[in-house]
Design a protein around this ligand. Structure first.
Ligand code: BGC
Length: 425
């Protein structure tokens, strides 16, 4: 197992996202965003209306929240206190894939998945089948909505492949499952994307927030659009920015895309999010060592490798054997992980900058909070500081007024706020 020095250098150069690259990307992102609003076929952004605007911070009451993300389901009871504060009263969290079951692959069924979601919600309601509950449903995939209560899944992402859900109204699937499980007392009244839920949660406390970003297993952003469509009130737009396709990919990004569940889709997401960057790292290691089999490193492994050189040596030893025990080689592999993380952060910053430029129009970008949540943003080394650095590179001193804010449990709090808006106003 020999380390190919020249190929390593070539890869490191390819992974560099220069100031010019990210500034152009931000401009192209803004262009796609504005074309997407006009439904132009040349935009790669879906620009999906959510049929909900920003909250006032006064919404009140106790609601059930269901958060269906890429790997776990969380159900909770959230009490909104009406003064920009809230309490989480009950919390149930379950994985969707374990050694015993897989509810997300192509052999799973829509009925089994939604029954599981309904049971988890029932647990959060402590099995109560009498009391009437209103439920907000955060569903972390692109959907076509007609109102706040109906959402048809366009396409699965994050490598999920459960048949029978694409094209269906996922809130109706949940409602039917709740009835099957005896919970007709639980009424799903609002459905929203996780970015939208996060923005609602952040704006409940910080009213100047206009952008919500999930930077985790998947990647996406939404923002509050002030120019309404003809005949439609202003609302938050889920951009599905993971689908942005105007970044120049490296040949390794292209290979990763070709081997994925949905080739050609979610091109930006495949360059930045947790589901894919571990895969990219694994592929590049296979290349530099000329391995016949692809090793398997996750985004969590990458974080540990970047954090600590001793731990890095252990992880490489376990996955690659003795061939990767040389400390110089280990250091190079750590630099490779770092280069992937930094590229990810810089591309993310470009998507934020493009959205901020759109919001500002011909004026200056206003100081504001940006709501962000997700495992990569929270836990991966180099991410937060490189998003900020890249924002300065793209926007200069206007970046100084931007304050990213991490909102814990934003997807659940936002689901409760959406249920409050749908039922109380
Ligand atoms: C989905 C988005 C979602 C994002 C973050 C993407 O794969 O398409 O709808 O917001 O992941 O969870």
């Amino acid at each position: 197992m020999a380390f190919n020095e020249n190929l390593y250098k070539e890869i490191m150069e390819e992974l560099e996202a220069s100031q010019e690259f990210i500034t152009e990307a931000a401009g192209a992102f803004r262009w796609d965003l504005e074309q997407g609003l006009k439904k132009s076929e040349y935009s790669s952004l879906a620009m999906l209306p959510s049929f909900i605007g920003l909250p006032e911070g006064k919404e009140k009451g106790e609601f059930l929240a269901l958060d269906f993300g890429g790997s776990n389901v969380r159900a909770s009871v959230v009490r909104l206190l009406g003064n920009s504060n809230f309490e989480v009263l009950n919390w149930v969290e379950k994985p969707l894939v374990t050694a015993e079951y897989n509810l997300l692959n192509s052999s799973a069924t829509s009925e089994a998945l939604f029954d599981f979601l309904a049971e988890t919600v029932g647990e959060a309601a402590e099995g109560n089948k009498d009391r009437e509950y209103y439920l907000g449903h955060t569903f972390s995939f692109g959907t076509e909505q007609e109102d706040i209560n109906t959402a048809r899944l366009i396409k699965w992402a994050k490598e999920i492949a459960v048949p029978g859900v694409e094209g269906e109204d996922v809130n109706a699937l949940l409602r039917e499952a709740l009835v099957r499980k005896g919970y007709a007392n639980i009424k799903p009244v609002a459905i929203l994307n996780d970015t939208v839920a996060l923005l609602l949660a952040a704006a409940y406390t910080y009213p100047d927030t206009r952008i919500g970003c999930i930077y985790a297993t998947g990647y996406n952003t939404c923002y509050m659009e002030v120019m309404p469509d003809v005949g439609r009130p202003a609302c938050i737009i889920n951009t599905e920015s993971g689908g942005f396709s105007k970044l120049m990919p490296s040949k390794w990004d292209l290979e990763l895309d070709r081997a994925s569940e949905q080739p050609g889709r979610q091109r930006l997401e495949k360059m930045v999010s947790g589901k894919y960057i571990g895969e990219l790292f694994s592929r590049l290691i296979k290349e530099v060592f000329g391995l016949t089999e692809k090793p398997s490193f996750s985004a969590v492994d990458m974080s540990a490798i970047m954090e600590d050189s001793v731990r890095a040596g252990e992880i490489f030893g376990t996955v690659l054997g003795d061939g990767a025990s040389d400390s110089e080689v280990i250091e190079k592999l750590r630099q490779l992980a770092k280069a992937i993380a930094i590229r990810s952060a810089r591309i993310v910053a470009a998507s934020w900058a493009g959205t901020l430029w759109h919001l500002a129009g011909s004026s200056k970008v206003e100081p504001q909070h940006i709501a962000v949540d997700g495992s990569l943003y929270q836990h991966m080394p180099y991410i937060q500081e490189n998003v900020r650095r890249a924002l300065y590179e793209i926007m200069d001193e206007e970046a100084g007024g931007l304050e990213p804010v991490l909102v814990k449990d934003g997807s659940s709090i936002g689901a409760a706020i959406a249920a409050a808006v749908a039922t109380c106003r």
